[in-house]
Design a protein around this ligand. Structure first.
Ligand SMILES: Cc1ncc(C[n+]2csc(CCOP(=O)(O)OP(=O)(O)O)c2C)c(N)n1
Ligand code: SF4
Length: 283
C-alpha cells in the first residue's frame, strides 16, 4: 500500500459527486467507513482503484476521489483481479451488492477466494435487489413477500460468511453499516491483509427491505475468546442461528497470488519474464 507522509482528511477523499442513495440507505455508512479507513491508513488516493458491479451499491466508486471503475453486473471480481495483476502496486477495493455477488457473480467468488489475489471485497448486503426495485436476492429471508414474490420466497438464504470461509478465503469478516467506526477498523484490517479479504456488510435498504431494527437486535461482537486463526470455530460461529456476529472471523497469512507468481518466476531462473509466467499460468 502506498502511503502519504501527511494524514489525508476524509473531506479530501470525497469526490465532487454527491451520493444519490435514498436518505438512510446503509451504503452511506459503508462509504463513511471506507473513507475513514483510507484516511487513517494515510493511503495515497492515486494508488487506489475501487471497482464495482451494478446496483445501488455499484455507484460507490463515483463518490471517492481515487481511481474507479463501474463495471458490468456480477463481474467485479474478475475486473478487480485484472487490475491487481496488471499493476500489483495498486490497492484494489472491489464493492457491490448481494445480487451482484451471489446471483450473477456467484461463480467468481470461490475462485477469487482460493486464488488469494490481494484485493479487498466489500459486499453491501441489503438482502434484496435495490436498484431494480425490490426483487428477492440470494440472501432474502425465506418467505419474503414483494411484488416479484407475492406469495413469499421459497428459497433458503445464503450465509455468505460461512460460504466464503468454506471456500478457503484467507480473511473473512462481517460489519454493520450502522457501526461505521467498527466497520472502518475491519476495512483497515482487510486492506492491510495480503491476500483476498472478504467483508460482508449488513447494509439495509430503507426503501425495499428495512432491517435496521432487526439487526440492531441480532448483531453482537464475536466472542473475545474467538481465535481468528481457527477456521472451524469461525464456521461454527457463522452458522449460529438467532445471532449475527460482527468482527473478523478468520485470517491467515498464506502466500498471496502475487507472491506465488513471484516464486514461480524465481524458479524459472529468470528465463521467463513475469508476463510470460502469468501468460502460462492463465492459458
Ligand atoms: C446482465 C444484467 N442482468 C441484470 C441486470 C439488472 N440488474 C441491475 S442491478 C441488479 C441487482 C441489484 O441488486 P444488488 O446487486 O443486490 O445491488 P443493490 O442495488 O441492492 O445495491 C440487477 C438484477 C443488469 N444490469 N445486467
Ligand atoms: S433503493 Fe435501497 S439500496 Fe438503493 S439507494 Fe435506496 S435504500 Fe439504498
Amino acid at each position: 500500500m502506498r502511503t502519504l507522509p501527511e494524514p489525508i482528511a476524509v473531506r479530501e477523499l470525497k469526490s465532487d459527486v454527491k451520493p444519490i442513495w435514498c436518505a438512510g440507505c446503509g451504503d452511506y455508512g459503508v462509504l463513511n467507513a471506507v473513507l475513514k479507513a483510507l484516511s487513517d491508513l494515510r493511503t495515497d488516493p492515486a494508488s487506489v482503484v475501487i471497482a464495482s458491479g451494478i446496483g445501488c451499491s455499484g455507484r460507490f466508486p463515483a463518490f471517492v476521489s481515487t481511481y474507479g471503475f463501474h463495471g458490468v453486473h456480477g463481474r467485479v471480481l474478475p475486473l478487480a483481479t485484472g487490475i491487481k495483476l496488471a499493476n500489483p502496486e495498486l490497492t484494489v477495493l472491489a464493492v457491490g451488492g448481494d445480487g451482484d455477488a451471489f446471483s450473477i457473480g456467484a461463480g467468481h467468488l470461490p475462485h477469487a477466494a482460493r486464488r488469494n489475489v490481494d484485493i479487498t471485497y466489500i459486499v453491501m448486503d441489503n438482502e434484496i435487489y435495490g436498484l431494480t426495485k425490490g426483487q428477492p436476492s440470494p440472501t432474502s429471508p425465506l418467505g419474503m413477500k414483494r411484488k416479484a414474490s407475492p406469495y413469499g420466497t421459497t428459497d433458503e438464504p445464503i450465509n455468505s460468511v460461512a460460504m466464503v470461509l468454506c471456500y478457503g478465503a484467507s480473511f473473512v469478516a462481517r460489519g454493520f453499516s450502522s457501526r461505521p467506526r467498527e466497520l472502518a477498523e475491519i476495512v483497515k484490517r482487510g486492506l492491510q491483509h495480503e491476500g483476498f479479504s472478504y467483508i460482508e456488510v449488513i447494509s439495509p435498504c430503507v426503501t425495499f427491505h428495512d432491517t435496521y431494527g432487526l439487526y440492531k437486535e441480532l448483531t453482537t461482537p464475536l466472542p473475545e475468546s474467538h481465535d481468528p486463526s481457527d477456521r472451524t470455530a469461525a464456521v461454527m460461529l457463522a452458522l449460529e442461528t438467532g445471532v449475527k456476529h460482527l468482527g473478523v472471523f478468520y485470517e491467515d497469512a498464506r502466500s498471496s497470488h502475487h507472491a506465488q507468481i513471484e516464486r514461480l518466476r524465481e524458479k524459472s531462473g529468470g528465463e521467463f519474464s513475469l508476463e510470460d509466467v502469468m501468460a502460462r499460468f492463465y492459458r
